[in-house]
Design a protein around this ligand. Structure first.
Ligand code: KG4
Ligand code: ZN
Length: 342
């Protein structure tokens, strides 16, 4: 079964084709393409929803044609269509959902609405030697910071969430405060490479109390105060970036360890844009080794938004016989715990 995946929940248009065997047990990515709107939103310092929607309209069909050509397919070879239906920006989601649902209807093939965060969560399963449930998932993106106990694919129990900013959002806002261009997260991480450890020591929020929740907005304020009190030099910026990154990485690692111990799971799965962070990857590799378990990440390009994870998650659900009705629906807010089991 060849599944066309469409991602338009925020500021990237992603398209991919994932092919599964008839029983859904084996599969391979046939082609994928991504168009990022970063340049479009950069001058506004953040994503402008209406511009995002209009750009998805412009880019989606050409990207579908390009992806099908790369897979050596025509549209008639598509056996099912998966599209992100939430969570995300309503207008942006509607572009992918309308195109995906209509395409499936015209082709008389099934369509499946995919939860964006389930897409992220399952992305590591596309890699070689994939992890199998039960495992703990750390989802760290621009909009989410969640620890989830995964008993089976499709059975998601939320252990912890952020009370304010998401980890990626904290990276982006901190970067902006220090004068870096949108989206500053990756640039802040790059700057931190040249910063000294412990030149600035920020707190590890909420690690001194039980539970799995996160809070990053106070950390952002600490960084702002440190930046304002500094001489504003490149080296101060790098040192502060390093202090901030270490605080976020440490905080995430402490909560991951807690979740692994509490659930008894031996595998940690990490996904979402911040999962591309090198220091986070190294820290969690070390943690997994200490606990005698393993940690699994998607390759960095599949940590951030992409069509491949949507095609893959959709392929699993279509192979299990799930599909949508004929209406077009999006869910800008959508609780993963409400998803049907596979
Ligand atoms: O998963 P994603 O592409 O989009 C959402 O679903 O939100 O995540 C984007 C987020 C942004 O906040 C970005 O700054 C952050 O991931 N990010 C990083 C890195 N690469 C992307 N944060 C820290 N270090 C990185 N290397
Ligand atoms: Zn995402």
């Amino acid at each position: 079964m060849k599944v066309l995946g469409i991602e338009t929940s925020c500021d990237e248009t992603g398209v991919a084709v994932y092919e599964t065997s008839d029983d859904g047990r084996a599969g391979a990515l046939r082609a994928h393409a991504l168009y990022s709107q970063i340049a479009l939103h950069a001058e506004y310092g953040g994503v402008v929803p209406e511009l995002a929607s209009r750009d998805h309209v412009r880019k989606l069909l050409p990207l579908i044609r390009q992806t099908l050509a790369e897979a050596g397919m025509t549209i008639a070879d598509v056996d099912g269509v998966a599209y992100t239906a939430g969570p995300g920006l309503a207008g942006a989601l509607l572009v992918g959902a309308a195109a995906g649902r209509a395409l499936a209807w015209a082709l008389e093939r099934p369509a499946i609405a995919v939860h964006h965060m389930e897409g992220h969560l399952l992305a590591p399963l596309m890699e070689a030697d994939p992890p199998a449930p039960p495992f703990v998932a750390l989802l760290v993106s621009g909009g989410h910071t969640q620890l989830i106990a995964v008993e089976a694919i499709g059975c998601y129990r939320l252990l912890g969430d952020t009370l304010d900013d998401a980890a990626g959002e904290a990276f982006d806002k901190t970067a902006k405060m220090m004068g870096l261009a949108y989206p500053g997260g990756p640039e802040l991480a790059r700057l931190a490479e040249g910063g000294r450890a412990n030149a600035y020591k920020f707190s590890r929020p909420m690690t001194d109390r039980p539970g799995f929740d996160f809070s990053f907005s106070g950390l952002k304020t600490q960084v702002l105060l440190a930046w304002q009190a500094s001489d504003g030099s490149d080296s101060a910026r790098a040192d502060i970036a390093r202090g901030f990154e270490d605080a976020v990485v440490d905080t995430l690692a402490i909560k991951c360890e807690r979740a692994l111990r509490a659930t008894g799971a031996r595998t940690l799965v990490v996904a979402g844009g911040v999962g591309a962070n090198r220091r986070l990857r190294a820290r969690l590799e070390k943690l997994a080794a200490e606990l005698g378990g393993r940690v699994c990440f998607p390759r960095p390009e599949f940590c951030t938004d992409n069509g491949a994870m949507i095609a893959y998650a959709g392929a699993l659900r279509l192979a299990a016989g799930q599909h949508e009705g004929e209406s077009i629906a999006v869910y800008p807010r959508w609780d993963m715990a409400t998803l049907p089991a596979l």
